[in-house]
Design a protein around this ligand. Structure first.
Ligand code: CDP
Length: 231
C-alpha cells in the first residue's frame, strides 16, 4: 500500500498530538511531535541563561544553535517516542507550564525555525509520517497528501490542558493556563515567520464537541481515502 504524509496543524491543546499518535499507530507510520522540538530548544534556552522573565538573549541563542542536538528515541515500554536534548531525555520536563510560557517567543526566531524545519523534513523523506505542529501543512510538508487543521474553543482547550498539568502533579491555576493558551495563540498566529494558518487545502476540524473516538474515525477515514487514492 502506498505511504502518504499526514500534516496536522492547529491551535494549542486542540488534541493534535492525540489524534496524530492514534493515526500513526493504526497505520504503522512514524509520529513526529514537532512542538516537542521547539519546547526542547526552549528548555535549553532556560537552562543556559538565554531566556527568563526579565531577559531574552536572541543573539546567544542563535550562536548556540549548533550545540543543540535533538533526537527522538523510542523504547518498547513507552507509548510514544521521547525527545532527547543533548542525549538527555527531556520528554517530561518540556511539558511544564514554565516551558509553555517561553516557547512561542523562541519559536518566532527565524534561525530556530530553519534548523528545526530542516530536521523535520529529513524525518519525512520516506513518507509514512504523521507530524503535528503549526506549520506542517504550510511550510514543512506543503505537498502532504492529507492536511488537517484543528481547532476548539479556547475555554475547552484550557480545560483539557489544565487537567493534563494537574495529572502531572503541577500546582497551577486554571486562569494561568487559559492566559498562556491565549498568549501563544496570539504569538503563533501573528509572528512574521511561518505563522499558524490553515493551508488552503487543509480540512478543518473543530473538536470542541467531539469525543476522541469520533475524531479518530473522522481523520482515519480521510487518511484511508488518500492512501487508496480516492481523493
Ligand atoms: O501541545 P501544544 O499545543 O501546547 O503545543 P506544542 O505542539 O507542544 O507546541 C509548542 C509551541 O511550539 C507552540 O505554541 C508554537 O509556538 C511552537 N511550534 C511551532 O512554532 N511550530 C511547530 N511546528 C510546532 C510548535
Amino acid at each position: 500500500m502506498r505511504k502518504i504524509t499526514i500534516a496536522i496543524d492547529g491551535y494549542s491543546s486542540t488534541g493534535k498530538s492525540t489524534v496524530a499518535k492514534q493515526l500513526a499507530d493504526y497505520l504503522g507510520y512514524v509520529y513526529v511531535d514537532s512542538g516537542a522540538m521547539y519546547r526542547a530548544v526552549t528548555l535549553f534556552a532556560m537552562q543556559n541563561d538565554i531566556i527568563s522573565k526579565n531577559h531574552f538573549n536572541t543573539k546567544k541563542l542563535i550562536e548556540s544553535l549548533d550545540s543543540i542536538n535533538l533526537k527522538f528515541k523510542k523504547e518498547a515500554v513507552w507509548n510514544k517516542a521521547h525527545i532527547f536534548l543533548n542525549e538527555k531525555d527531556v520528554e517530561h520536563e518540556i511539558r511544564s507550564l514554565k516551558v509553555s510560557e517561553f516557547v512561542s517567543p523562541i519559536a518566532s526566531i527565524r534561525e530556530v525555525r530553519v534548523k528545526l524545519v530542516a530536521q523535520q523534513q529529513q524525518m519525512g523523506l520516506e513518507k509514512g509520517v504523521v507530524m503535528d505542529g503549526r506549520d506542517i501543512g504550510t511550510v514543512v510538508f506543503p505537498k502532504a497528501e492529507l492536511k488537517i487543521f484543528m481547532n476548539a474553543s479556547a475555554k475547552e482547550r484550557a480545560q483539557r490542558r489544565y487537567k493534563e498539568l494537574l495529572e502531572r502533579g503541577e500546582k497551577i491555576d486554571y486562569n494561568d493556563v487559559l492566559k498562556n493558551i491565549q498568549e501563544r495563540d496570539h504569538i503563533d498566529t501573528t509572528r512574521k515567520d511561518s505563522p499558524l494558518l490553515k493551508a488552503e487545502d487543509a480540512i478543518k476540524i473543530d473538536n470542541s464537541e467531539m469525543n476522541l473516538e469520533d475524531q479518530f474515525h473522522t481523520v482515519l477515514q480521510l487518511a484511508k481515502d488518500r492512501i487508496a487514492g480516492r481523493i
